[in-house]
Design a protein around this ligand. Structure first.
Ligand code: ADP
Ligand code: MG
Length: 358
């Protein structure tokens, strides 16, 4: 394993009072060589603290951290062979781009020529050719972030750490920088731990996502697993739009299990670990539901809002007082449903994912 965190806990002692804040608790994570793993969660859930403990800027209250199999708890930050890219870039304003990028090489035994060659290589890699003699203030936000990335890459760290690196960029630039970072990370096969609160960013950039909530891990999985098989309502809700339909597990014929919603029954072939009498919720993504004319579908609902969003329509339906969001791409439905119309909703059995009520 390139990175391994075992049972990490971080408690901050407030300076003003006796109050203690548990920022990270019972945190376990393994990152394979060359993988990009993202910590995703709302503000204050402990992402930065976790990253800083890996870097060595923060000491864990308890737990173990291994980099390349080596226990680094007592190894200072500058000896850990990690490099961090920050949201605020953290560039030295009075130094040129080249000096900023090569800052980390000063203390290494390298000739001036070797350093300047290396700087040229890295600037080419991140698309900064010709900008070497400028100061950061003469660069756009995207270019400044490239400098920060170059500065981190030039020391050839074993692990690259990113703390919301794209948050200061506008939407379009954020998207293209995101794709560039991912391409570069894959090409160099550099193990990375990436922090963001943006679910789209996490989905598009990661091999694995760690969803965090209040210092704890809610779920670890690939973007697809996290999106279609969330383990909790928190995860489902945090990753995009979602519908929850409460249902009851009942006994069907021949020892089978069935789900009952109102007077409708869904026979489940696989019983898995469902117990009769248990309360569960069906988790359905907006694109997993289709609309039918009244009487042709499964559950009756009423259209209360319709928004055209280019590649799809978003319908908000009222189903017995619950709001249901449905996304329909244009060619898939010839008939456009209208606000106020009574419709039926339909979903395929394969798209049903269940979460137990907590
Ligand atoms: P995130 O990066 O997910 O927004 P942080 O890791 O920055 O979250 O913070 C997690 C929790 O720890 C928050 O409640 C925050 O207020 C607290 N915290 C972070 N750093 C300190 C500190 N140096 N002293 C006290 N509390 C802190
Ligand atoms: Mg943070």
């Amino acid at each position: 394993m390139a990175v391994e965190l075992k049972n990490i806990r971080k408690v901050f002692q407030s300076k003003q009072s006796t109050e203690k804040v548990t920022a990270v608790d019972n945190f376990q994570l393994k990152i394979k060589e060359g993988e990009l793993v993202t910590l995703l969660g709302p503000s204050g859930c402990g992402k930065t603290t976790t990253l800083r403990m890996v870097a060595g800027f923060e000491t864990a209250t308890s737990g173990e951290i291994y980099l390349d199999g080596k226990d680094v708890v007592n190894i200072p930050a500058n000896k850990r062979n990690t490099a961090m890219v920050f949201q605020s870039y953290g560039l030295f304003p009075h130094m040129t781009v080249v000096d900023n990028i090569t800052y980390g090489l000063r203390f290494k035994k390298m000739s001036k020529i070797a350093i300047s060659q290396k700087a040229e290589e890295i600037m080419q890699l991140v698309g900064l050719e010709g900008f070497g003699s400028r100061n950061p203030g003469e660069l756009s936000g995207g270019q400044q972030q490239r400098v920060a990335l170059a500065r981190a890459l030039i020391v050839e760290p074993k692990v690259l750490l990113f703390d919301e690196p794209l948050s200061n960029l506008d939407a379009k630039l954020r998207e293209s920088m995101r794709d560039e970072i991912r391409k570069l990370q894959k090409r160099l096969s550099i193990t990375s731990l990436y922090v963001t609160h943006d679910q789209i960013e996490a989905m598009s950039i990661s091999d694995k996502i760690v969803v965090m909530n209040r210092g704890k891990i809610e779920q670890v999985g690939t973007p697809e697993e996290i999106y279609y098989y969330p383990r909790s309502k928190f995860v489902a809700d945090f990753i995009g739009k979602v519908n929850f339909l409460p249902t009851q597990v009942e006994e069907g014929q021949n020892n089978s299990i069935q789900l009952v919603i109102d007077d409708k029954v869904i026979n489940m072939e696989e019983t898995e670990d469902l117990a009769v009498g248990e309360s569960v919720v069906i988790v359905l993504r907006p694109e997993s539901i289709s609309l039918e004319k009244k009487g042709k579908g499964f559950l009756q609902a009423k259209v209360i809002r319709k928004t055209y969003l280019g590649s799809y329509f978003e319908y908000i339906l009222d189903y017995k007082g619950n709001l249901i969001t449905v996304h329909l791409t244009n060619p898939r439905h010839k008939y456009i449903f209208n606000v106020g119309e009574e419709v039926d909703i339909y979903f395929a059995k394969e798209d049903i994912h269940l979460i137990k009520e907590e």
